[in-house]
Design a binder for this molecule. Sequence first.
Ligand code: DQA
Length: 140
Amino acid sequence: MKIQIINGPNLNLLGVREPGIYGSNSFESYLPKLKEKFPDVEIEYYQSNIEGELINKLQEVGFSYDGVVLNAGAYTHTSIALQDCIRSLKCPCVEVHISNVHKREEFRHHSYISCACLGVICGFGLASYDLAIAGIIANK
Ligand code: DQA
């Protein structure tokens, strides 16, 4: 089983960026722990701050992998292009957020991508990614 994790804008700054909201661990330091939890799953990781590059990666993996875990960052709340892309893929995509976006500013309450995703996980810190992978496995 192959799953692609994709992180969007500013998530390269995890551990440094607003640690009160996003925690003090980088994604790179969390990834080995995540891989240990799912020894039977091949987990790939990609991050970009650029919307078109996220779309390119989704198109690259979305017809051959078993699932995508996508934290689109702020593009979640703005991007119809990401919604269209996710709708076009063959594999399921799970939307994740580290923070509980519904407890935050109102502009974070709407997602343009949820309606194209298999499910949405938010508010569990980096464990949101574990839960998203478990969701893809459960849906297989
Ligand atoms: C986020 C929530 C978004 O609203 C925000 O723009 C992010 C991170 C999260 O993981 O909690 O960049 O997706």
